[in-house]
Design a protein around this ligand. Sequence first.
Ligand SMILES: [Zn+2]
Ligand SMILES: [Zn+2]
Length: 264
Amino acid sequence: MWIDSHCHLDSFADISAVLQQASVQGVRCFLSIAVGIENFQSVLPLSLKFPQVCATAGVHPCYIKKHQLAGLKEWLTECAQNPKVVGLGETGLDLGPSSPDLGEQINFFQVHVDVAVMTGLPLIVHIRDAWEPFLKIARGWKGKGPKGVLHCFTGSLDVAQEMIDLGWKVSFSGIVTFKKTEALQQVVQALPLGSFVVETDAPWLAPVPFRGKENCPAYLLYTAQKISELKEVSQDVLAKSTTQAFFDLFPKTKPYFDEFCISQ
Ligand SMILES: [Zn+2]
Ligand SMILES: [Zn+2]
């Protein structure tokens, strides 16, 4: 049984079909990630309709311009009370060419951090070309910070290790199947089972052999196949370790996802 720890299910027209197609491949549970307040209104109903789907609430760093800082803390705190909202994000820092001002991004990120600490919910963190400012913030927590997952991880082994030591997980996506990602593949090889989860980030980032096409949760298997080769473990062992790592970080999902875990 696999859990897709990060997908955007609201992007799909026929969600029942997407879930069914994934289930046939053993991908049975899904964390559907919100990227903004309006988007959350599409994500939450899916988690209420499908028991195998849980939701997150947050404002993606690339969408902060459409949002206001005022009221964000209250909104996140209220969302966190919902039994099917199991994490906060995606939030983070993104230094892409057309990304918003870093200072503004940090302000939004900090609100997510504060609510995560207050509610005990984990963060879903997106970092693009911004490891330095992110680590500067994380090092300031001194053991009193939130827990979370570094999604679509593409950083160094040192960064992964430092965050894992703080109780965080990293999440590997279809990027590990791409050519010229030897450095990332070495990170996969070096990290112990239990320290990472897997994700598709569907509809984005389809793994080889579908690179460039629309991704879907069923394709998690291609990423899993690559990781099991890199780690020289069976898919079964990898599935169990990533599922356990997911439950360690997202205990709120357990009452919903447990029934899908019984049959492998
Ligand atoms: Zn992301
Ligand atoms: Zn995402």
